[in-house]
Design a protein around this ligand. Structure first.
Ligand code: AMP
Ligand code: MG
Length: 424
């Protein structure tokens, strides 16, 4: 068996994992499905946006010259020769002394070089008095160009609008739509196989037999995968026997990353490592961290020769979630072509103490609050790695370095925030 039993640091473990994962191939996808993905093409505008001069207001298209000197006490009266709605092409021209009613977004008629908003005309009074009669009084003098959105003022034809490598957000999706792009080349989402292990673990759809527990790990991990942009495939639960585990692990190998939970600690039934060693190569086992020390990583070999990264996360529900955050999430983001692999990191003043007995890096579940612009962190309570409900309370993981025996109340610590933004 090819085993490496030395405990390594969080940094070493992450480095090894990232060195084994590749940016995935790209694919063309419908625009809206690309949110949060990395664009794999440079997008140039095929035309000007807007494609024609259009009105920024509801009002009257005029020539600036014909309303020169207009004032609320001395309105200039123009003859209304027509109307142009958004989406239609005006057939009439504006000349000196005439105006065309125009709606926001409508094509500016030939001859017009300014739009006077309704509020700056006497249209409402004339309507009330029924004296509109194809005439309108203009109460302001406006320079040429007023209230006209120029052709190409947003984007000019040929312009590089989005660069390869950018993560698409809602504004990018909107801009791509404004350019009529319905299919976009993006780096595909990784498919992540998730397999639970353990004779005591049963699926949530059945009544809970005595002595068993529900499979929470597969669900928390699948939710994590979705949250960071991957596609989870639930591979079920493998019992604690080598044959069954091996066949389920290998049946789920048609994915970009295989995550198992459980079966990697020192216990008699911790056989995930045996399969990894027999069907591939283990890169490391055990990381100097808490929770999450028993963590195996290596490459599994498929029958077609391809190698698939396999992360064997601990079975304890908190350990599996924390190790997902620290190791699986960056790996998934890297596969998606992302370069920012870290969660927001802040510094906070601890409100209670955390002791570190065995020189591991502690990721303590904390509630971070902000008071007068300063962050404070207090632990969620008991830190047992089976206490999954503590993860509901936590919005961050306070990091106690391996060389520090105790963090006291009042000490400043780094906190890895669990949300993608610092919301507190
Ligand atoms: P193991 O790493 O397999 O020794 O498991 C460590 C602890 O995590 C044990 O108490 C298991 O019962 C628990 N555990 C393992 N797998 C799961 C799971 N899928 N869902 C919830 N708890 C689990
Ligand atoms: Mg187990």
């Amino acid at each position: 068996m090819n085993r490496n039993d030395s405990v390594i640091s969080v940094e070493e473990a992450l480095k090894k994992i990232l060195s084994r994962v590749q940016v995935l191939s790209s694919e063309k996808k419908p625009l809206l499905e690309c949110l949060g993905q990395v664009i794999a093409e440079n997008v140039h505008a095929g035309f000007d946006v807007p494609s024609h001069d259009n009105s920024a207001m509801d009002g009257y298209a005029v020539t600036a010259e014909s309303i020169r000197g207009a004032h609320s006490k001395a309105p200039v009266v123009l003859r209304i020769v027509g109307e142009v709605a958004a989406g239609s092409i005006p057939s009439l021209k504006v000349e000196s002394g005439t105006a065309i009613r125009i709606m926001t977004g409508a094509f500016i008629p030939d001859g017009a070089d300014a739009v006077v908003p309704y509020e700056e005309t006497d249209e409402i009074e004339r309507r009330k008095e029924k004296t509109l009669n194809n005439q309108v009084g203009i109460r302001v003098s406006l320079p040429a160009g007023s209230n006209i959105r120029r052709r190409g003022e947003d984007i000019t034809s040929g312009q590089l609008v989005l660069k390869k490598g950018r993560v698409l957000g809602p504004a990018d999706i909107g801009v791509l739509a404004s350019l009529g792009k319905s299919l976009i080349e993006v780096i595909r989402r990784p498919v992540v196989g998730i397999l639970a292990t353990g004779d005591e673990v049963v699926d949530i759809v059945q009544p809970l037999p005595k002595g068993k527990i529900y499979n929470s790990n597969s669900y928390s991990l699948a939710a994590e995968v979705i949250k960071c942009g991957g596609v989870p495939t639930l591979l079920g639960i493998a019992g604690d026997n080598l044959k069954q585990l091996k066949s389920t692990m290998l049946s789920g190998i048609d994915c970009d990353l295989l995550i198992t939970s459980g079966g990697v600690s020192m216990g008699d039934y911790d056989i995930v490592r045996e399969v990894l060693a027999a069907e591939g190569k283990e890169d490391f086992w055990t990381v100097r961290m808490k929770p999450g020390k028993p963590l195996a990583f290596g490459m599994l070999k498929r029958t077609d020769g391809a190698k698939i990264p396999h992360l064997g996360l601990p079975g304890n529900p908190v350990g599996s979630m924390v190790t997902f955050e620290v190791f699986a999430r960056p790996a998934i983001l890297r596969m998606m072509g992302k370069t920012d692999l870290t969660k927001p990191n802040i510094q906070a003043v601890m409100e209670d103490a955390v002791t570190n007995r065995d020189e591991r890096r502690i990721f303590a579940r904390v509630v971070v609050t902000r008071k007068n612009g300063k962050f404070f962190a207090r632990t969620t309570g008991p830190q047992g790695s089976g206490i999954l409900s503590s993860m509901i309370k936590a919005n961050g993981l306070a990091i106690v370095p391996e060389n520090i025996n105790e963090v006291k109340a009042g000490d400043t610590v780094d906190v890895m925030m669990l949300d993608d933004a610092v919301n507190c």
